[in-house]
Design a binder for this molecule. Structure first.
Ligand code: 13P
Length: 343
């Protein structure tokens, strides 16, 4: 394990003013997203779409890394350049999703545990050859009233995340550890706080037990937020405050950065929440950044709609969204700069 290399990659991923694009949707997920906006999902349409995002002029100013899916890391741009190389040319670090999805957990009705540890050491070695310098593994935790999640589901996922992270560090790949407490449901923000704290404590405990180095990983958590169906929705400042207070209680100061998922928030909401955290708090022990999929891609994907004629407009919208989140990293996002796009 090369500690210096891992630390410098982790730090580069949370460089000031830059964040991560999660473009690692599995075949099922990208199929659903394409379908919703009338794009047929084929190997070629997925390739063309992702190439369009990656070659967006100037995108390297706002993105430090992109997370790829197994299919994508093996694909090439129209000019024959492998897609990971296209990213490197933009000054962006290629990463790879290595989990194989969240599956029903035995003896835990309604809960899931993420699979993908079998053969992971060999897969990591292959991805490293292909240029990946960091990886991602997502675990999902479901809230249902006071009955879910169960402790056994939280702990099973925490242990799995820790085993994945240890294998990554052994392979000189920075692990992004993603325990996502889902936004689905009608729970309050307080209930989200309680479950997120329990999940993060269990996760960092497992990481410690398995000797994973906290300085050479990034955490990708949910924000602490009201359930999507909750009758009362917490405002922007409350989300920012609850989220940072929860993280202060449960994430070691040695972790260099926290890169949030957007998790079903709208694109503007995800930007506003990140901005509020960076405005309201100074001198936090970690960088607060983004690793969004939907909140960066929703409008660009819809605008592209599978038509080469729309590439320029989709890229313009994508660049703008990345720029807004870059501003949120400094706490200088505003509705005024949001409107610049229209001008
Ligand atoms: P969202 O930002 O759409 O939640 O996706 C982030 C991600 O990478 C989920 O694993």
């Amino acid at each position: 394990m090369n500690v210096q290399q891992l630390e410098s990659t982790a730090e580069a991923l949370v460089t000031e003013g830059k964040g991560i694009l999660a473009a690692d949707e599995s075949l099922g997920t990208i199929g659903k997203r394409f379908n919703a906006v009338g794009i047929e999902s084929t190997e070629e349409s997925r390739r063309a779409y992702r190439e369009m995002l990656f070659i967006t002029p100037g995108i390297g100013e706002f993105l430090s890394g992109v997370i790829l899916f197994d299919e994508t890391i093996r694909q090439k741009a129209s000019d024959g350049t492998p897609l990971p190389e296209v990213l490197v040319e933009q000054g962006i670090i290629p990463g790879i999703k290595v989990d194989k999805g969240a599956k029903e957990m035995a003896f835990a009705p309604g809960e899931k545990v993420t699979e993908g540890l079998d053969g992971l050491r060999e897969r990591l070695a292959e991805y490293k050859e292909m240029g990946a310098r960091f990886a991602k593994w997502r675990a999902v935790i479901t809230i249902v009233g006071q009955s879910l999640p169960t402790r056994r589901c939280i702990d099973a996922n925490a242990l799995t995340l820790a085993r994945y992270a240890a294998l990554c560090q052994e392979a000189n790949i920075v692990p992004i550890v993603e325990p996502e407490v889902l936004i689905d449901g009608n729970h309050t923000i307080e209930r989200c706080f309680e479950v997120t704290e329990e999940t993060l404590r269990s996760t960092f405990n497992a990481l410690y037990e398995l000797r994973v180095h906290p300085k050479e990983l990034l955490l990708k958590p949910n924000m602490v937020i009201s359930g999507k169906e909750a009758p009362e929705q917490a405002g922007v400042e409350d989300v920012a405050r609850y989220t940072v207070e929860c993280l202060l209680r449960s994430v070691p100061a040695a972790v260099p950065g926290i890169v949030f998922l957007s998790g079903g928030q709208t694109d503007v909401q995800a930007t506003k929440h990140l901005n509020a955290m960076n405005t309201m708090y100074e001198n936090l022990p970690w960088e607060l950044s983004f690793s969004y999929a939907r909140a960066l891609q929703e409008l660009p994907m819809k605008t592209w709609a599978g038509d080469a004629e729309n590439v320029e407009e989709a890229q313009r919208i994508f660049l703008h969204r990345a720029k807004m989140n870059s501003a949120a990293r400094y706490g200088c996002y505003s509705e005024e700069i949001e409107r610049d796009l229209v001008a």
